[in-house]
Design a binder for this molecule. Sequence first.
Ligand code: GLC
Length: 643
Amino acid sequence: MEPVSPLPDHLASSAVAKLGVEEGDAFATRAGLRWPDLITALENVYGRGGLDLATRLAKVALEIVTARPPDLRRLDRQREIDPEWFQRPEMVGYVAYADRFAGTLQGVRDRIGYLEELGITYLHLMPLLMPREGVNDGGYAVADYDAVDPGIGTMEDLVALAADLHERGLSLCVDLVINHTAREHGWAKRAIKGDPRYRAFYRIYPDRDEPDRYEATLREIFPDTAPGSFTFSPEVGGWVWTTFHDYQWDLNYENPDVVVAMAEVMGRLANRGVDVLRLDAVPFIWKRLGTDCENQPEAHRILQAFRAVMAMATPGVLLKAEAIVPPDDLVQYLGAHDDAFRPECDLAYHNLLMVMLWSSLASRDARLMRAALTRLRPAPASTSWVTYVRCHDDIGWAVTDEDAATVGWGGFSHRSFLNDYYSGSFNGSFARGALFQRNPATGDARISGSAASLCGIELALRSGDSAQVEAGIRRLLLLYNIAYSYGGIPLVYMGDEVALRNDFTYLEIPERAADNRWMHRPAMDWVAAAKRGDRQSLEQVVFAGFQRLARTRAAVPSLHAAAAPTMLSPDDDAVFAFARRHPTSRPFLGLSNFADFERTVDAGVLAAAGIDDPVTLLSSDGDLEIDNGRIVLPGLGFVWVGG
Ligand code: GLC
């Protein structure tokens, strides 16, 4: 390997000039350490231009740290000393739209107590920066990265919220849409005015020639409501690349100025007190003719460059990849590449686990889940997944043909089954969701619906069947038990903790009616939440279940994110079993029964997990029951065993 050019000397001296000897030297040390990563990544993408861009970005890093408030620098220092801070089992996340959850950012501050009651230590607020007016894809069409959506508050409110959270030991995650801006963003406005610097921020084509050639291999993200990936804009006199909706203009990362501008945005947001930047739609940031323009190597390199810049400037801040991609493309976002580990994002969504949870629940069969998760490469030890059951998006069935074949199923037919099952059209299905973005050309579709509705609680309540309500609750907690123990930061999607069902009020709002993802983006039902105090109410049972998960998790050292799960093979297809062990702790075994009825498995699974003296840490039912050498698991039951 050729040696990389050294960190420019003047950077260290200007750091000392700007920050004083101590802080300046600390910055220069970090910059020196991260410089090789930065330059390697950028030379890889921009060739000879890489050095120049790296130098510009290192300067941006210095500007960010110069503007960084002292309390945040202190937090940086703490986290530099304690880099595992986000991997500990105490970490439990909650995901909500600020307005749907509490009206405003001020309202969120008033609800921190509720989050604490649930055991939450990490709050992800959905897009909260100034969106375009009118339809805005749930806030993912940002018109100004430096302002908060006036409907929920101001930047000052965000700063105050972050400070409150920090004081109480919680961290804050905020969405940063890096793939595109709204066409009303200042950059786009200047492009429209004809400013060549800003025209070059986007991908604008004079005619259909290139767009057609690209579209030959592009996947449609919203085939139903936003077909195609280009939009003719009379204002700029050309076809603009719009992967998502026509009002979301893709940024052009071939232009180094875009990388610099986005690094500056990241720094400003981090300096408001945001601990985790959820980088939205990262698989799409690099385009290559003849491919689907997703997960391109350059996209990873650019993320690595962002990682290096932020590590220089704000070492306490994490990057989270929103990459909902096929299993073979997933772990690369955590820096695990075929040839080497290259620091990239610290957190990434475990969408394979999420998909497999729903797959196992519908099929009452955990074999596909075991096979797919066995094949997935583990997360690098310094990173962490975020594990989840539901989120604000639809569920896309990331079931590969290869994985399906290992259990004798067809990929397409299993995906179709899951769509039928969760949209409720499959005979006997307990689920009440809806198809999202059905593509008649390919036969593909995804699923919308809240966790509680998909687990059968909606249908059971409607038909007044209390046994089925109970089964629905067991399903919901069964799925969440795995999210809380499998490895990574579990995320509770707002409302799941009190089993909120689908909400159809979105149909009355014209900008939302065409997007059924709104059925699982309800406003928080605080009346329902108040029932968490009523003994044996639905809400109380579910909420208490979530509390137990968090409380138990926090006390089990093996659930540290660095302890990778190992899949076990119990002798019943409906039972999912995995073991975990952190070097400094005792082994952990998780067993989950996806069948509706009792199942038993050979107790040899305990020894396979390294457990010879089993202790029940948590279970859906009583203590671990072993009968005649077989572990007895009630229908839809789970147990956490320590040893
Ligand atoms: C991400 C968001 C999704 C949004 C898309 C475009 O996937 O999670 O809600 O539609 O990006 O910004």
